[in-house]
Design a binder for this molecule. Sequence first.
Ligand code: ZN
Length: 247
Amino acid sequence: MRCLVISDIHANLAALQAVMDDVAARATAYDIVWCLGDVVGYGAEPNECIDLLRALPHICLAGNHDWAVTGKLDLHAFHEQAAYVVEWTQANLTPENMSYLKARPELLPHEDYLLVHASPREPIWEYITDINVAEDNFDYMSSPFCLVGHTHVPVIFVKDGRTNNVHVSMPSANVPVVLKRDSRYIINPGSVGQPRDGDPRAAYAILDITTSTWTPYRVEYAIADTQKKMRSFHFPPRLVERLNYGR
Ligand code: ZN
């Protein structure tokens, strides 16, 4: 089985569409989309992104922005600029899409894989930004592999099965990584709609469960189109500008 793994779309339709077009152009057949949460927030096309996702065979986790929009998280936990867009999204989301967001699960085990937005220890809120945090989180996994989003940075943490040491690597686009059966992994595909690793291109990955192969990809999209829509709703300039830099 092959999974298209995406995360943190953040209501950026041009980026999501570019990912889908790129997958189609590669003739990379996939069976299902695994979306690791934060479909909304920051961007100006939440309904369009949810509609596109819902038209695909998919599963989707709950992210912190999704929870904020549905009222499950206190807005005070958010930066002022992010909170502005959360409130805008609350006012503009269709009732059907609000119900969809409310129904997203926090954790989803699938055979050898655990799917979660943030971390196994704190599924909605913890940022796995370094080896120490990753190391702690391996203790909260009963499966060998965990897929996370939330930091918007593509990364692979490996706990070596023989030495128990944890290593980190930043995977290169288009280079397949074969997951070793005697080790454990926490893997982040990066962000579709708001990359923060200094590369403004949309990030996604293809996971082949049969061969245990993870292949990350990056794709350019029409950033200016996304920014135009954000500006038309007077979104905070910092949120609009950062798309240029992937920071
Ligand atoms: Zn996010």
